[in-house]
Design a protein around this ligand. Structure first.
Ligand SMILES: NC(=O)c1ccc[n+]([C@@H]2O[C@H](COP(=O)([O-])OP(=O)(O)OC[C@H]3O[C@@H](n4cnc5c(N)ncnc54)[C@H](OP(=O)(O)O)[C@@H]3O)[C@@H](O)[C@H]2O)c1
Length: 273
């Protein structure tokens, strides 16, 4: 094996639909690097055994996806601050026989918005987050990191929104009050799975949303969700979710190879195909 050969994988359950192998294999080829990227399926009860086996087989790094983003932390020797505060790890790399955990989802979230709308001002007004699941934690962390002045977390299960607010700040809004919550908002983000292919629609009337507010849906299948369609029709700037996936991958790739790979149009087309 070449000295710089990287043996990488995504670890999750299920993993067969993951786009990560496609993305990282594309960059390994594009930059002429030595390495492989596999999909390793591991149910929760065999996670430790699977991880130990992979380390014995000289894997150097992993992406971690559902349902392991939280539990994988107990096998890490070190965490970065971001993954510690979010409470989830989505990237692992092995250095000097130690396992380092990091989280690139928050980076992917904000980088995607900044690439889509370079003039966007994080400090210009409140942000409303719909949902309080795993992805919402990373989004709330990113908003706090960008010094967004007011963060409102609006979720069906109020206690889950409360947990995020306890860790990241902001305030809780009942799901039924979401139309009220978006008045004066500068950024509206959907982090629920509503609007995703095969899921129910997100019922989010936008009449009360200011015309300048940016609407961001982290769901990317379909790319233009019904929420984004409605926002677009009334002239609000929109951000699709595919870039969040690609930029979190970009940061993970940098962790392993030390280079920042380009999110180019051909890659976007391949991921959306
Ligand atoms: N673009 C990207 O890179 C990226 C990254 C991560 C995730 N995602 C997408 O983000 C979505 C959420 O992922 P996740 O990991 O955060 O999932 P999760 O932890 O399961 O959270 C799901 C969220 O959706 C809410 N929800 C589900 N059904 C609902 C309903 N009928 N009415 C109201 N709220 C409902 C849940 O509310 P309760 O708390 O009340 O159950 C919860 O807030 C998925 O579609 C995923 O594909 C995209």
């Amino acid at each position: 094996m070449a000295h710089n050969y990287k043996k990488l994988a995504i670890l999750g359950h299920p993993v067969q639909h993951s786009k990560s192998p496609l993305i990282h294999k594309y960059w390994i080829k594009k930059y002429g690097l030595d390495g492989q990227y596999d999909a390793v399926d591991s149910p929760p009860d065999t996670l430790e055994r699977t991880l130990r086996r992979c380390l014995k087989e000289d894997y150097n790094g992993f992406n971690v996806t559902l349902p392991h983003k939280h539990s994988i932390r107990s096998y890490c020797d070190f965490f970065d601050t971001t993954s510690h505060e979010i409470g989830a790890v989505n990237t692992l790399h092995l250095k000097d026989h130690k396992l380092y955990g990091s989280n690139t989802d928050a980076y992917g979230f904000s980088k995607n918005l900044e690439m889509s709308h370079p003039d966007f001002e994080w400090g210009a007004g409140p942000a409303v987050v719909l949902g309080a699941g795993g992805a919402a934690r990373a989004v709330a962390y990113a908003l706090k990191d960008k010094n967004v002045p007011v963060i409102k977390i609006c979720n069906r299960t109020l206690s889950k929104a409360g947990n995020i607010v306890a860790d990241m700040g902001g305030s809780v809004m009942p799901w039924e009050e979401r139309t009220e919550a978006i008045k004066e908002c500068n950024l509206l983000i959907n982090t629920t799975l509503l609007g995703m292919e095969g899921q129910s629609l997100l019922e989010m009337p936008l009449e009360t949303l200011p015309s300048h507010a940016t609407v961001y849906d982290i769901v990317y299948a379909p790319l233009i969700t019904p929420l984004l369609q409605e926002a677009q029709a009334r002239g609000n700037p929109i951000v699709t979710g595919i870039g969040m996936l690609l930029y979190q991958a970009q940061q993970a790739f940098k962790t392993w190879y030390g280079i920042v790979p380009e999110v180019d149009n051909l890659l976007i087309q391949k991921v959306l195909a």
